[in-house]
Design a binder for this molecule. Sequence first.
Ligand SMILES: [Fe+2]
Length: 190
Amino acid sequence: MSSQIEPSANSAAGVCSNDQTISFSALLETLKAQTDPPSLKQLYSWLENTSISSKDLEPYLGFKERTYWRHLVCRNEAVEMLVLCWKPGQRTVIHDHNGSIGAVLVQQGVLWETMFNFHEQKGLRYRAVAEHQPGAVTGADVPDIHQLGNPDVSEKDLVTIHVYAPPLGVLHTYKPGSAEIELYTPDDSV
Ligand SMILES: [Fe+2]
C-alpha cells in the first residue's frame, strides 16, 4: 500500500492537500492511519504544512534538569511522533537512526545540529554544523549521523517535534575520532 497521501485520502482524513495548512489533530489522524513507513519528503511536507499551537503541545511539555525529555505523541508500526523538551545545554549523544528516517520541526528555541561522516578505519569525523530557528524543519536520511541539542548559551528552552518512520528501535552511537560503535535504546518513559 502506498504511503503517500492522495488528495482523496487527505480529504477523508480531514486534510485538504500537502500544499495547504492542516491542523495538529488532522496530522495525528493522518499519522495513525499510516500502514507503511512514509518517505522523508512526506515527513517534511507534514511538518512544514501543519499549524501547531502552544495549546496543541500542552499535554507533551515538561523539562528535566539532567537531560532532555522525550514525550511520545503517537506510535504505530509505520511511524511515530514525539515532542522533545530541552533545557539549555542538553543534547543527544552522537547517533544514527539505524534504518529509520526522521524529520524535526523547531517549535520554540534554537536547535543546534552537528553532522558527521564515518569511515571504518578513520572512525567518526566532523562534517558540518547547522542552527535551526522556530519553524525550520530538518531531516535525517539513512545513514545520517548527527547530534542535536539546545545550545548552552541560548538562555531559553527548546521544544522540537520529531516524526520517525519506522519508529526508532535500537540506535547506533558514536564517539569523535573513534571507530567504535555502541548501541542505545531511546527512552520515552516518564
Ligand atoms: Fe536523531
